[in-house]
Design a protein around this ligand. Structure first.
Ligand code: PEP
Ligand code: MG
Length: 553
């Protein structure tokens, strides 16, 4: 394993601290590797006719090389980080898309250089997905960026990952999940970036891999130099450059405490999740893939509190048919049986699956979640039928996203009854009492929750969106990341009201936003009366530890 480059003239520079968003826990010290994400550099935009055959060959070689790199990283991922492999497989699918190859070749034949042709084609695809701005689809836009950078790097024989070594902390404008996987292999200690949201793939992955990270530090690549000594505090979102001896020893102590804390989480899976006073707090899991379920079970999750069904679309590149959906939902439900499996209807926005819908200026405020589903009843009915069919194990619950008025619930229940009647006629068995609930993730539903009581069996607070809509700040826009504050007191105040109202009405209430996965939020959430949370599987031990140590509820 290569060693980090020698520390350069540290003593000339005084200690400086920079603040960002804490994306993944941990306190690490290492040597900075600054990557400016300008791996491609300048390139020739156009070529002459006689260069075309060589340019086509150069493109083919770059595809082969990139595919080999993806295959390598996917095989490592399947063994060591299974939850990540489906994201990487998506990259591989984008890379090998024959239509994309054809358009790039066409551009080269028109006299574009390979770099220029790749840039144009990938950028066009990216813009298409960006227009939708739905979180799922915008994630896909980033995927196009990652794959095109990979291809462009292969053309130039350069990659970010090659520059990283043991004990280093990467400082970059942005980082791809593929880079993170490679960093992990190379014992890199963590990373800090300028760009990225708490709900981005890179942040989610760094948490899954327990790799310390801080994101959203303004202009950090120009404030740190390769070779600087760095302390990265992923618990508080702080990066310290050239720490003094005093700071170093303070952080060393905190790092030891952090390591002891992590070691203490190891054997928690089989302990009951209850506070010192004996209140049971149900921890269920947020699931995007089957491998997430294995991890959830291993960590002692009590069921699935949120199955993000739209991840199937991202994985297949299309909406799966009824049979494929039934199979997926049934497999998930059986895997966690007898615990419950809460399937959320597709939370997608205006996109290529929504032919006929207008392009939107503000997609987060537009046709997403239930609004999309009620406009595309064909898609919605197929999904409802699949969920009803999968419910025969009697541990399935149905949940709706993005509700803002009761009529959306009433319309869905009418569709649900229609589907049940059809399935009765077709002779299918299902759970006649399939529990029905909604996400509370808009101020409109949060402030008027009592109107929903007679229609719903349960509720789940989606703080990722609720925060975005309360604070009027886009959850995936790094330029307002400081305003999008998941710990904002108003968010907690509203959670408190929702929990109180639900408890008085005797309705189940859970919280499945990222907030529930932050140990610093646990005591406050419990003090508000919350007794059900659903979180990402790797976060379960840390939160359970906080619950077991709680002495107040
Ligand atoms: C939420 O909004 O808090 C939530 C859990 O849903 P998603 O992150 O999938 O939008
Ligand atoms: Mg949401």
């Amino acid at each position: 394993m290569p060693k980090a480059p020698l520390h350069i003239a540290n003593s000339q520079y005084s200690e400086q601290s920079f603040h960002g968003i804490p994306a993944s826990r941990g306190i690490v010290k290492g040597t900075a590797i600054v990557i400016h994400n300008d791996l491609i550099g300048d390139y020739q935009e156009h070529i002459s006719i006689d260069q075309i055959p060589d340019e086509l060959e150069r493109f083919s070689q770059a595809v082969i090389k990139s595919e080999q790199q993806f295959e390598h990283i996917i095989s490592i991922s399947r063994e060591q980080f299974p939850a990540m492999s489906h994201i990487l497989e998506t990259y591989s699918m984008i890379l090998m898309d024959s239509d994309m190859h054809e358009s790039i070749r066409k551009k080269i034949q028109e006299g574009y250089s390979a770099e220029n042709a790749i840039f144009h084609n990938f950028n066009a695809q990216k813009q298409f997905f960006l227009l939708a701005k739905d979180p799922i689809l915008s994630e896909r836009a980033v995927d196009f960026d990652h794959v095109s950078s990979q291809l462009l790097s292969a053309l130039r024989n350069k990659t970010i990952s090659h520059q990283v070594c043991e004990d280093s902390i990467v400082i970059a404008t942005s980082i791809t999940p593929t880079d993170i996987m490679t960093f992990k292999q190379q014992d890199c200690k963590g990373f800090a970036t300028e760009i990225g949201g708490i709900a981005s793939h890179a942040s989610i992955l760094s948490r899954s891999l327990s790799m310390t990270s801080v994101i959203g530090i303004n202009d950090i690549v120009h404030k740190v130099r390769t070779g600087d000594t760095i302390i990265l505090d992923g618990n508080n979102g702080i990066l310290i450059v050239n720490p003094t001896e005093e700071t170093l020893s303070q952080y060393q102590q905190r790092s030891i405490e952090e390591i002891q804390y992590r070691a203490s989480l190891g054997d928690l899976a089989h302990l009951e999740s209850k506070t010192e006073k004996g209140t049971h707090i149900c921890i269920s899991a947020n699931i995007d893939s089957l491998t997430d379920i294995d991890e959830a079970i291993a960590n002692g999750a009590e069921g699935i509190g949120l199955l993000r069904s739209e991840f199937q679309i991202a994985r297949y590149g299309r909406i799966p048919d009824e049979d494929a959906q039934v199979e997926w939902y049934s497999t998930c439900a059986k895997k966690v049986y007898p615990e419950f499996c809460t399937i959320r209807a597709f939370d997608i926005g205006s996109d290529k699956f929504a032919e006929g819908l207008p392009k939107e200026e503000n997609p987060a405020l537009g046709v997403r979640g239930i609004r999309f589903l009620l406009k595309r009843k064909d898609i919605f009915k197929t999904q409802l039928r699949a969920i009803i069919k999968a419910s025969k194990t009697k541990n399935v619950k149905l949940m709706l996203p993005m509700i803002t008025n009761v009529s959306e619930v009433i319309q869905t229940k009418e569709l649900l009854e229609e589907c049940k009647r059809e399935l009765d006629q077709e002779g299918f068995l299902y759970d006649p009492h399939l529990p029905f609930g909604i996400m509370i993730e808009t101020p409109a539903s949060a402030l008027d929750i009592e109107s929903y009581f007679k229609h719903c069996d349960f509720f789940s607070i989606g703080t990722n969106d609720l925060t975005q809509y309360i604070l009027a700040s886009d959850r995936i826009n790094e330029h307002v990341a400081d305003i999008y504050d998941i710990f904002h007191p108003i968010v907690f105040k509203l959670i408190g009201t929702i929990v109180k109202d639900c408890k008085q009405a005797g309705k189940d209430i859970s919280l499945c936003g990222e907030l529930a996965g932050f140990p610093d939020a646990t005591d406050t959430l419990l003090s508000l009366g919350l007794q059900n949370i659903s979180i990402s599987p790797p976060l379960i031990p840390g939160i359970k530890r906080k619950i077991i140590n709680n002495q107040t509820v």
